[in-house]
Design a protein around this ligand. Structure first.
Ligand SMILES: [Zn+2]
Length: 159
């Protein structure tokens, strides 16, 4: 599973609004992103991210940088909200504007469900061709090298 951060100018929320309404959106997969996406401007926007904690750090940075640009007159002024998921996308609930506490609890909750490398403990993408699944232990490894290292270590521990 991977996540994407996009900036959106949601058509459905801008009907009759005088001040533009924008959002920084977390979606599951690029295909799950809302259709009213703006062109990527800030770091990590539109990039594939695996770790939900990395996602929320960057969402907060992007929203902050965008607000700063608005105040400096470098971006069109408007209201910015942070949303998780997008309307009509299944699997992730579309939410109203979320704050830092909700973002943190979302990341904690999602993080527990994600496969991790049994050696490095970082979140891995099981769709990645380098990933090794060990049928005996039912564990994932980020690559063949990590798998070999861990298996060697375990064999030594047995002696
Ligand atoms: Zn690893």
């Amino acid at each position: 599973m991977s996540f994407y951060i996009t900036r959106q100018h949601p058509y459905w929320q801008n009907q009759g609004e005088e001040i533009p309404f924008y959002s920084v959106e977390i979606s599951k997969g690029i295909d799950g992103a809302g259709p009213d996406m703006l062109i990527s401007k800030y770091p990590f926007e539109g990039e594939k991210l695996l770790d939900p904690h990395e996602v929320i750090q960057n969402v907060i940075k992007i929203a902050g940088a965008w607000k700063k640009d608005m105040r400096a007159g470098k971006a069109k002024r408007g209201r910015i909200q942070i949303v998780i998921g997008s309307p009509g996308i299944s699997g992730m609930e579309a939410t109203d504007s979320v704050g830092k506490i909700e973002l943190q609890s979302w990341a904690d909750k999602v993080s527990e469900t994600l496969p991790r490398c049994a050696l490095h403990n970082d979140v891995i993408d099981i769709g990645d061709r380098d990933v090794v699944f060990d049928r005996d232990s039912e564990e994932y490894f980020c690559c063949e090298n990590a798998y070999s290292l861990e298996m060697e270590r375990r064999e030594k521990d047995l002696i």
